[in-house]
Design a protein around this ligand. Structure first.
Ligand code: KPL
Length: 340
């Protein structure tokens, strides 16, 4: 299909979220000819994007694009075919009605979020058949309100949030059209029949990396060097796999226990190696004095374990430690100069 036809088949896309991933997707999709709207939380960011445009830096090349930009309180300029939700978990409750307003009665929504918890909130606003999830390993860093750097190329998988028996996403023309325009924008995007194992595997990796890097104040690569942490990481992912299995999601070949834990630990360590110099999102949140996503990562695993009659003590402990760190504040607040 030629470029214009691919973009037209996908229809209008509203990217909701002005963080790193939202800016990256909006910028590259718009540059690829898609009909994009960008919806950001603050009027300040909207005004800067309107005045200056959006800059996307990939491997030293800078794309400068103009994307019609709105704030979450602005009325939508007509319904869209797709909403692409890229916000932090703590903003989901406020973003959900905004998504519903942009989607109208027939638009579909794909959530590109880390962790668990948003599914229930979104399901109150958008019916199940129109809800999709994406799992991505693309790397992006927001430089400021109008600039984003594409820090690493990855793979993106998209599928229905709650796949139903008997339906095949390969036959979902709207999803295929979105995947085609994402590919046209340079993303390695794929339709997947069951996104849930990927969601839980990403969760396991985040649960193993994020709290440890946040508590220790180290970049991701440090976890590879510190062998003492590997049994802790293995215990974290083993608990995540057990809760996933209890929720009907097999993360490996159906086995729970040592084999799947080794496999997930290897994946987490591979992510640490690939992103060795990066600071995890949780460490970045803590260092900015912002709430972390811990309740949607290790905290969610611990509470779902309880609901299923399981124990997830390592995840529960890490969640408590991160919450304590959040409430104690930034390190400089904890270590003023010694008296005397
Ligand atoms: O997704 C991440 C995050 O920081 O939230 C990881 C995988 C840890 C990469 O930094």
């Amino acid at each position: 299909m030629i470029v214009e036809e691919t973009a037209a088949a996908a229809g209008r896309i509203a990217v909701i979220g002005g963080g790193s991933l939202g800016l990256l997707l909006a910028g590259r999709l718009a540059a690829a000819g898609a009909d994009v709207r960008l919806v950001v939380r603050t009027g300040d960011q909207r005004d800067r994007l309107r005045a200056e445009g959006l800059f996307v830096e990939t491997a030293g090349t800078i794309l400068h694009v103009r994307v019609p930009t709105f704030s979450t309180v602005d009325p939508p300029d007509g319904p869209v075919a797709w909403g692409v939700l890229c916000v932090k978990q703590r903003h989901v409750a406020n973003a959900a009605p905004v998504c519903a307003a942009w989607l109208g009665t027939s638009g579909r929504l794909v959530a590109w979020l880390n962790g668990l918890g948003h599914e229930e909130v979104l399901a109150r606003w958008v019916d199940d058949a129109r809800l999709y999830a994406a799992v991505t390993t693309e790397g992006a860093l927001r430089m400021d309100a109008v600039r984003v750097r594409h820090t690493g190329r990855g793979e993106t998988h998209l599928g229905p949030m709650n796949p139903r028996a008997g339906t095949r996403p390969e036959g979902d023309a709207a999803l295929s059209a979105l995947v085609a325009v994402l590919r046209q924008a340079g993303f390695a995007a794929h339709v997947t029949p069951d996104i849930r194992p990927r969601v839980w595997r990403k969760l396991a990796v985040n649960c193993a990396i994020n709290p440890l890097t946040a508590l220790l104040g180290v970049p991701n690569g440090a976890l590879v060097e510190a062998m003492d942490l590997h049994p802790v990481m293995r215990a974290v992912v083993e608990e995540v796999a057990a809760v996933a299995a209890a929720e009907g999601v097999a993360l490996g070949d159906g086995t729970v226990g040592a084999a799947i834990a080794e496999d997930l630990l290897a994946e987490a360590l591979a992510v640490c190696r690939k992103t060795a110099a990066n600071f995890s999102s949780m460490l970045q949140d803590l260092s900015r004095g912002q709430p972390t996503e811990i309740a949607h990562l290790n905290g969610a695993v611990a509470s779902r374990a309880v609901r299923r009659g399981l124990a997830a003590p390592v995840n529960a402990t890490l969640a408590r430690l991160v919450r304590a760190k959040e409430s104690l504040g930034k390190p400089e607040k904890q270590f003023p100069s010694n008296p005397g």
